[in-house]
Design a protein around this ligand. Structure first.
Ligand code: PHE
Length: 348
């Protein structure tokens, strides 16, 4: 026969053990439903009363009540404990120390030099160019020879630089990256559209507009049937995106050993709109870059057959653009890390 007294004791013991393992509200709710609710295991014990013999009924009733009391008390205790812990945790997390002074947030700014590089890069990426990384230490071969500047060429004088050995030097122009790109692909010549932002070095005396180290962004396009019209259209689009829709460009003939024909590119003055002012020295135009059609000799030396391929190249001076755009008076400010300068000139 069912021993209700023993069953009540066992149920109480089982419930208390289960309860001791719980540590969250969901578990506690489930526990309540399982043991203490109307249909819970403890109340359900009462439904067995009718099977208990008359003389044991009193004792059995007491046993069930005792189980109910014990489990209820344990449940209440656990509930209160969880509640206190929860509150303590919240108080800890939401603690505000009003005795501390507020934290001052200083937002950094991008040096205008890098900002120009980013902007120019974005414009050319949109036009489908890839970004090529060049190297600061170059060989004479890539910096000069492949670019149609043999050892005795007078244009070397203008680019006197820092030599590491007779054949190794700090590059004088990012144009070396053109030669690398073409040579790397010459085994399987295919169209090129690339830019290479980076540093260049020349042994200039540093003054307001010259620095022994400066940045350029080189551009190179090689494909079938590229003409000077493509060069002009590309630079026009670049200038309008960089300096505004109203800007015009003007090509003046020039000379670079690695381009033929070569041009200097002027942009209509963004200060006065072309009327003439101090920024454009009253000419209405500002020179911003050098460019030209890739000299067939360069294509040939770099492994692209000039009978099949043609191209154009250009080189933009980063600091020059930044100085004009932000009205910076001295190129050396870009490198001296004076935060007052950054505050003044960052942002459009
Ligand atoms: N490398 C030239 C310079 O440093 C600029 C340039 C690049 C000119 C590409 C034409 C084509 O002055």
């Amino acid at each position: 026969m069912l021993d209700l007294i023993e069953l009540a004791g066992l149920t109480s013991k089982k419930a208390k053990e289960e309860l001791s393992l719980l540590n969250d509200q969901t578990g506690l709710d489930a526990f309540y439903a399982k043991y203490l609710s109307k249909k819970g295991e403890i109340r359900m014990l009462l439904s067995h009363m009718k099977e208990v013999v008359a003389e044991k009924k009193k004792e059995a009733g007491e046993a069930v009540n005792k189980a109910m009391g014990e489990v209820s008390a344990a449940y209440e205790q656990k509930r209160a404990k969880l509640e206190t812990e929860k509150l303590a945790k919240r108080l800890e997390e939401e603690k505000i120390d009003i005795t501390l002074p507020g934290r001052k947030l200083t937002t950094g700014r991008i040096n205008p030099y890098y900002q120009i590089i980013d902007e120019v890069t974005d414009i050319f990426l949109e036009m489908g160019y890839e970004v090529v990384e060049g190297r600061d230490v170059e060989t004479d071969h890539f910096n000069f020879e492949l670019l149609n500047v043999p050892k005795d060429h007078p244009s070397r004088d203008m680019q006197d630089t820092f030599y590491i050995s007779d054949e190794l030097l700090l590059r004088t122009q990012t144009s070396a990256a053109q030669a690398h790109t073409m040579c790397e692909r010459s085994a399987n010549p295919r169209p090129i559209r690339m830019i290479c932002p980076g540093k260049a070095y020349r042994r200039d005396d540093d003054d307001m507009t010259h620095s022994h180290q400066f940045a350029q962004i080189e551009g190179l396009v090689v494909d079938k049937n590229i003409s000077i019209a493509n060069l002009k259209a590309t630079l026009e689009l670049f200038v309008k995106k960089m300096f505004g829709e109203k800007r015009e460009i003007r090509l003046r003939s020039s000379y670079f050993p690695f381009t033929e024909p070569s041009v200097e590119v002027d942009v209509s003055c963004f200060k006065c709109g072309g009327k003439g002012c101090a920024t454009c020295k009253d000419t209405g135009w500002i020179e911003i870059l050098g460019a030209g059609m890739v000299n067939p000799k360069v294509l040939q030396s770099c492994g692209y057959d000039p009978k099949q391929w043609s191209g154009f190249a250009f080189g933009v001076g980063v600091e020059r653009v930044a100085m004009l755009r932000y009205g910076v008076d001295d190129i050396r400010r870009f490198y001296t890390n004076d935060t007052r300068f950054l505050k003044d000139y960052s942002g459009k």
